[in-house]
Structures are given as structure tokens and as C-alpha cells.
Write a protein that binds this ligand. Structure first.
Ligand SMILES: [Fe+2]
Ligand SMILES: [Fe+2]
Length: 314
């Protein structure tokens, strides 16, 4: 059986009591084994035991059933039977699996198509349950992974874009740009990405090239908009002009990139990384406003307070 015919799912997106409309496979010794047939239900204990074992990459659905799976996730999100916290969890976990594919799949065009539903599902959820947006974020204290990070940056950015009055179309484009903002890290050596402790000068130089690497990846196909490219290429520029790689300043930096810059730093500061202790939301924002003043668009930074206030209030 061709492993390329499958995509990963998180088993935590499946409620044990609900029969699925697609077959679920499990990867055993590099072979796909049918784990649960469409229409079958499982004993609760068995699925709970398996949930506990789910490391995020051992359960799969046939690519031919991808639309059926997406519809199934959508139905869950609109279901009256489960609460917003559970819905947010299903949404996040189903998106995480797509993100894993996105970072490992060389076909950016396909990745773009796959990620569009993530953003529209996020936006729908934000409209339906604005008080539960916080549940979409990864739990603080979790390790810092590019996938989790990219999803978090998207969620914060969509919140910020909404406060700034962006249209639905702009929000969708912004959300995609955020999912792709660090895609260039695919081209950075894994030893550098996963290094515990600070990077040396050479390693840092290579790490700082990820915006360019990202642009090269995105330029490989014509369907990627300039806004998405800018979110990737310009997200480490600084309002004051001392960022990288171009040292552009102020309004010369694309608004998407200015938004990503804020949400990117905020997420990095408030999430556990191997070599630091996460800051509390207010500590992070105060640090950005005081110690890092000048790096960010001041109006946007102000708006970020109200985004976080809304998330916190929930
Ligand atoms: Fe980055
Ligand atoms: Fe980032």
C-alpha cells in the first residue's frame, strides 16, 4: 500500500461514541493497517487507551477521503452535542495534522489548498464562539514547535486583523500568510532548529536566512499572493528599520508582516522553549512596549492589547 495515499490525522479529533464516515488506518512497521472501518464504533476503553498513545503521527485516512474527513470535522464544529472547548480542540488538532504535512510536503501549491479550510474554519469559530478563542491556542507550557507556533501566530493575527478592521478576504489571506511565515525553516538544518541552548554566530546566520528561504519556496508557484509572500519575507523587519533581511522600516513593511512580527514575538515569549521560561501575557506585552519599543508598529501593538484582553477575558 502506497503511504503517499494517506494523510495524518490526530485521533483526538475523533469522538469514540461517534461513528466515522471514513476508514482510519494505523501505521505499523511502515505498513498501513485498517484500524477502524467507516461506520464502526469502538469500545470507549479501547479508544481511550489509543488516544493516550497517539503521538500525532500514527493514524491516517486515505487522501481520497480527505473531503469526507473535512466535512466530518465541520459537522463536529457545528454540533450541538459538544461544548466549545471540545470543538476548539478538534479544530486545532485537525489543523495540526495538516500543518505537519505542510512542513514536510514539498508541494506548496497543494499545501496552500489544504490550508485554506483551516483559516476559514478558524474564522467561523471566532465568529460563532468569540469567547472561546483562547481554547484554540496551544496550551502554554507546551514545547515550542514550528507547527504549533504557526497556528498560534495565525490565531493571534486573525484576532489582530479583526480589531484593525480587515475584510473577510484580507483575513483569509493574512491567516494563510501566518501559517506559511516560517516555512523557510524547512531549509534550516535540523540540528540548528532543535538545538538546546543559544546558537553560535554561524548557526544564527543560517537561522536568520529563513525569510529568504521561505520566499524561494513560495516563489516556486504562481498562486501565492504578494501578501502571503510579504508575511513570510518581511516578518523579521523592524518598524525602526534595523530588522532583517532588508532593513526596511515603518509603512514600507507590509501590514501583514507587521502583524506577524508582533504575534510572532508574543508567541515566542509566552511559549516554553528549550532554553527559556515563558513570560506571562502582560509581562510579554510590557517588554515589547518598553524594552523592544521601536520594533513594532505602535498602533498595531496598542490593538494587540485588546486582542489579548478578549482572549484572557474568556
Ligand atoms: Fe520567523
Ligand atoms: Fe515565527
Amino acid at each position: 500500500m502506497d503511504l503517499n495515499q494517506f494523510f495524518r490525522i490526530r485521533l483526538s479529533t475523533i469522538r469514540p461514541e461517534k461513528q466515522t464516515s471514513f476508514d482510519i488506518y494505523v501505521l505499523v512497521d511502515n505498513r498501513m493497517v485498517l484500524y477502524r472501518r467507516a461506520g464502526e464504533s469502538l469500545f470507549l476503553e479501547k479508544i481511550e487507551a489509543l488516544h493516550a498513545k497517539d503521538n500525532g503521527n500514527s493514524f491516517f485516512v486515505k487522501i481520497a477521503d480527505r473531503d469526507i474527513y473535512r466535512t466530518w470535522v465541520k459537522e463536529e464544529i457545528n454540533s450541538d452535542l459538544i461544548d466549545n472547548k471540545q470543538k476548539a480542540n478538534i479544530l486545532r488538532e485537525s489543523s495540526l495534522a495538516i500543518m505537519e504535512d505542510l512542513f514536510e510536503n514539498p508541494d506548496v501549491n497543494k499545501a496552500l489548498d489544504d490550508s485554506k479550510p483551516i483559516i476559514s474554519d478558524f474564522l467561523t469559530f471566532m465568529d460563532q464562539a468569540p469567547e472561546s478563542v483562547g481554547y484554540l491556542l496551544s496550551l502554554s507550557g507546551h514545547d515550542f514547535y514550528t507547527y504549533n507556533h504557526s497556528l498560534d501566530v495565525s490565531i493571534y493575527s486573525l484576532g489582530l486583523g479583526k480589531v484593525l478592521g480587515f475584510t473577510a478576504a484580507q483575513l483569509e489571506e493574512l491567516g494563510l500568510g501566518c501559517l506559511f511565515h516560517d516555512i523557510g525553516k524547512r531549509s534550516v538544518a535540523l540540528e540548528i532548529l532543535c538545538k538546546k541552548g543559544p546558537l553560535d554566530d554561524l548557526e544564527w546566520e543560517q537561522m536568520k536566512r529563513h525569510p529568504q528561504y521561505g520566499l524561494v519556496i513560495l516563489n516556486q508557484n504562481e498562486n501565492i499572493s504578494d501578501g502571503i509572500k510579504a508575511a513570510c519575507f518581511e516578518h523579521h523587519e523592524s518598524w525602526a528599520g534595523n530588522g532583517y533581511p532588508q532593513q526596511i522600516a515603518g509603512n514600507d513593511i507590509h501590514p501583514f508582516a507587521r502583524i506577524v512580527a508582533i504575534c510572532d514575538t508574543y508567541d515566542a515569549m509566552t511559549t516554553q522553549r528549550s532554553y527559556n521560561v515563558p513570560l506571562k501575557p502582560t509581562e510579554a506585552l510590557t517588554m515589547m512596549k518598553e524594552k523592544l519599543a521601536g520594533r513594532y508598529d505602535p498602533e498595531m501593538l496598542k490593538a494587540m492589547y485588546s486582542v489579548l484582553f478578549k482572549i484572557q477575558a474568556a
